[in-house]
Design a protein around this ligand. Structure first.
Ligand code: GLC
Length: 548
């Protein structure tokens, strides 16, 4: 009998793969369009698997690709166990997973359990059913208050602006913490719980390795009468008794999910998008008995500043230890202004105002922004824990701040009465080549207009340039795989308030100069740097990895 050959894909057997993985977030509608309908699709992802493998990511996380009327960019799911027809079929999904696994890339899908789409059959059934019926009990329906029930059942507000209740012609109101097209589910209902266990299994059975859990802190709500007042969109108390967010009971739900995860070999993983009021509360989501990992958005919210970065890292490594998990690191995602643009705007700039001015006020310093973003990314990639990248950041794309009003699709734009432009500027289709109707995204124009400035940033243009941002990411991710070691980090004194230096086991060092003046480079061989390094000096706003 011959020995089985150990293929790269056999790494899927490692149950701890996620602890220091580099996860690449794909916003499917904007990644690659294989059929020319202007919308990115699953076959497009499959066709670019070689690109992802060459980039060196360990996993891809796909934002929702399920049937959806796109009231919230796909986070309004009409069927949790199917693929949106404009994005492909279940067979396309299976082909994508197969291609990913063959390239030793894991697949993470987005689960949106707080709310369905209003087009979900359950909500349609609820609309047709009587008040008080089992169909309505899957959601949060209530009679109104005031004369004739004309006032909403409570003062709860929507994350997207306005109140969290919409009234039906029969007089009842239903709750939606996001858009009216996203009715909240009632997680006290056993049928709701069972259906999501079914969904988790459905995708795990199709080879999915993990889940990203949307709004994980909002599922359990205090629905006892009278409904309690709540006029913020974040948990306000530390003991798990807020009416809507981060309630203690939410962890009973994830304990059940964990049983499903652990029934697979290797166990499926999950990462919570959980806005918790303290480090200790966030740690509850990240426990091995819960979802296993939780996002922290601290780096994403930090200024490009040595002291701020150091505090974020120290706090989060402590928290991860507390949770028995590894830390997560994020600089960009589909909900925020890209970090190359954030770092090119003055400290304290109001991004919403900047967007509403079409990116004119304050003025964006694109060069500084990208230089800092590259330094920040290289810093992040050297940290123990898992790094989450957002598609296009490896190209150094800036936020597209001047999308015309007519093109905007984010519900935030309409719901706020055109006060907030929303998140479309980071969701613009990717440029793959410097020419063509949509810079190689598809054969025709993409669903959001791409700026002319995308041409020189296209993949094809950057591949050939060793100094490009794409080349930097590729080199860093390749090295990161080699250098991935024990999850330890030791700060090294730098004598400068603008400089951070940490060592990882095995003689691996990361040095960042957050200031603008060059500083002497510590001893060691430069393995990769975010900008030109020479003469033993580290230029301003630059990170270098050193080996000793
Ligand atoms: C999460 C998603 C965001 C979505 C919201 C409602 O925060 O990241 O894009 O709008 O949940 O599902």
């Amino acid at each position: 009998m011959t020995e089985p050959v150990l293929l790269a894909a056999d790494r899927t057997l490692d149950a701890d793969w996620w602890r220091q993985a580099c996860v690449y977030q794909i916003y499917p509608r904007s990644f690659a369009d294989s059929d020319g309908n202007g919308i990115g699709d699953l076959a497009g992802v499959t066709s670019r698997m070689g690109y992802l493998a060459d980039l060196g990511v360990d996993a891809i996380w796909l934002s929702p690709f399920y049937p959806s009327a796109l009231a919230d960019g796909g986070y309004d799911v009409a069927d949790y166990r199917d693929v949106a027809p404009e994005l492909g079929t279940l067979a396309d999904f299976e082909a994508m997973v197969e291609a990913a696994h063959a390239a030793a890339i894991k697949v993470i899908v987005d689960i949106v359990p707080n709310h369905t789409s209003n087009l979900h059959p359950w909500f349609q059934e609820a609309l047709a059913a009587e008040p008080g019926s089992p169909a309505r009990d899957r959601y949060i329906f209530r009679d109104g208050t005031g004369a004739d029930g004309a006032e909403p059942p409570s003062d709860w507000i929507s994350h997207f602006g306005g109140r969290a209740w919409t009234r039906l012609p029969d007089g009842q109101w239903y709750c939606h913490l996001f858009a009216p097209e996203q009715p909240d589910l009632n997680w006290d209902n056993r049928e709701v719980r069972d259906d999501f266990l079914h969904t988790l299994r459905f995708w795990a059975d199709r080879g999915v390795d993990g889940y990203r859990v949307d709004v994980a802190h909002a599922l359990a709500k205090d629905l006892s009468e009278p409904l309690r007042s709540k006029t913020t969109v974040l948990p306000d108390v530390l003991d798990g008794t807020d009416p809507l967010f981060d309630r203690n009971e939410v962890h009973d739900i994830y304990a059940e999910w964990r049983e499903v995860f652990n029934s697979y070999d290797p166990p499926r993983t999950a990462v919570a998008e959980a806005f918790a009021p303290s480090a200790a509360r966030r740690a509850l989501y990240a426990r091995p008995t819960g979802l296993g990992q939780a996002f922290n958005f601290d780096l994403l919210q930090a200024d490009f500043d040595a002291a701020a970065y150091r505090t974020v890292v120290t706090d989060n490594l402590d928290q991860a230890l507390l949770a028995g998990s590894s830390s997560t690191w994020v600089l960009s995602n589909h909900d925020v202004v890209r970090h190359s643009s954030r770092y090119g705007l003055p400290v304290g700039a109001d991004y919403a105002e900047w967007l509403i001015s079409d990116g004119r006020e304050p003025v964006l310093d694109e060069v500084t922004g990208l230089r800092r973003a590259r330094a920040a990314t290289l810093f992040m990639l050297a940290l123990p824990g898992s790094a989450y990248l957002y598609q296009g950041e490896e190209l150094g794309l800036h936020e597209v701040a001047d999308l015309p009003a007519a093109a905007l699709q984010d519900p935030i734009w309409l719901r706020t009465g055109n006060i907030l432009k929303g998140r479309d500027g980071c969701r613009v289709p990717l440029p793959w080549s410097s020419d063509g109707d949509s810079y190689g995204f598809g054969s025709g124009a993409g669903w959001l207009p791409q700026p002319a400035g995308f041409a020189p940033l296209a993949v094809s243009a950057q591949l050939a340039d060793p100094g490009s941002t794409l080349s930097l990411y590729r080199r860093a991710l390749r090295l990161r795989r080699e250098l991935r070691v024990d999850e330890a980090l030791e700060w090294v004194a730098t004598g400068s308030p603008d400089m951070l230096h940490f060592a990882r086991p095995g003689g691996w060092h990361c040095v960042t100069n957050f200031g603008t003046e060059p500083v002497p480079l510590p001893a060691g061989q430069v393995a990769v740097a975010s900008g030109p390094v020479g003469d033993g000096m580290l230029p301003g706003e630059t990170t270098a990895w050193l080996t000793r």
